[in-house]
Design a protein around this ligand. Structure first.
Ligand code: SF4
Ligand code: SF4
Length: 302
């Protein structure tokens, strides 16, 4: 039985495809976008998050840790990441919810059992299951098996992807996938690498493959002030979408937000977008209009 590492399974989402959806968050991503709102999904390995504001310093985690990986300081406890093997014993023993384990090994059947329960809601809302992450296509065989089960039960299937995977991963899942939500983060390859860690060539190639396959695809763009909100970049994105043909003339903008910031703290990761402003309604509408004026059917996810 195929197994893989899942960060979370979240029911009743209305932001990750049409209707009411269950979102399966796969762990691991080959990009490292500075604005990523799911830092707990970047590494392929399980990790422990420490929410310091909830810790009462009761000392239970210290007692149960088999690796002596928890240290008590002056007024704060911390995890020595090099000693921690993410066994989860501290999480099970913390009565205050200050510790959380990100990542569990699950079989396709276990995920299927979790997602099929809400079939009634999918049926009445036109929803289904969305594979997200992290990058779900790093787990293409698993996604394919899960979606085949969904397909057999007429449950909708959707993939949120960064596009940064081997083209073969797309070819594997396209026959059982109803739609893709495909991120285009920056059109200039060097700038793309600066902010995400990788050039964009493979992503643009895969965008074309997906459109040419005939499957439903909505391109999306995290809208990051000072990174991809300039007129030049708007024109470049519109020009690229036009090269993909009539079916690709839509773009959903996802305005930058800071909702993932606390998870960076919990994981001892540096948050590099501290000084990035949140765009006003008028600024967002102006960018939407700029896309519309260029012939792109633009929407903003709120
Ligand atoms: S068990 Fe929980 S509340 Fe107690 S010291 Fe550890 S993290 Fe803090
Ligand atoms: S996950 Fe295990 S090894 Fe890591 S800090 Fe908790 S108890 Fe210790």
């Amino acid at each position: 039985m195929n197994t893989t590492i899942i960060t979370n399974i979240q029911g009743f989402s209305i932001h990750d495809g049409p209707g009411i959806r269950t979102v399966v968050f796969f762990k691991g991503c080959l990009l490292s976008c500075r604005w990523c709102a799911n830092p707990e999904c970047l590494s392929k390995k399980p990790e422990i998050g420490f929410i310091h504001s909830l810790c009462q310093q009761c000392g239970k985690c210290l007692e149960v840790c088999p690796n002596n990986a928890i240290r008590s300081g002056e007024d704060v406890y911390r995890i020595e990441r090099l000693r921690c093997d993410s066994c989860g014993k501290c999480v099970e023993n913390c009565d205050y919810g200050a510790l959380v384990r990100y990542g569990d090994l699950m079989t396709v059947d276990e995920v299927w059992d979790a997602v099929r329960r809400d079939k009634m809601f999918y049926d009445t809302s036109g929803g289904g299951v969305t594979a997200s992450g992290g990058e779900p296509l790093l787990h293409a065989q698993f996604v394919k098996e899960l979606f085949q089960l969904c397909h057999n039960e007429r449950i909708g299937t959707c993939i949120e992807t960064s596009g940064f995977v081997d083209t073969d991963a797309f070819l594997e899942v396209i026959p059982v996938t109803e739609r893709f939500l495909f991120d285009l983060k920056h059109m200039d390859s060097v700038t793309h690498k600066k902010y995400t860690g990788q050039f964009n060539d493979q992503i643009l190639k895969n965008a074309r493959v997906v459109v040419e396959s005939g499957v439903n695809v909505l391109f999306r763009q995290p809208l990051i002030p000072g990174v991809n909100d300039t007129t030049t970049h708007i024109e470049a994105t519109a020009a690229f979408l036009k090269t993909l043909g009539k079916k690709a003339l839509s773009l959903e903008l996802m305005p930058y937000h800071r909702m993932g910031q606390d998870k960076y703290k919990a994981l001892n990761m540096e948050y590099r977008m501290e000084n990035t402003p949140i765009m006003s309604y008028d600024e967002l509408e102006a960018i939407k209009k700029a896309y519309m004026d260029l012939g792109i059917n633009c929407s903003i996810s709120r």
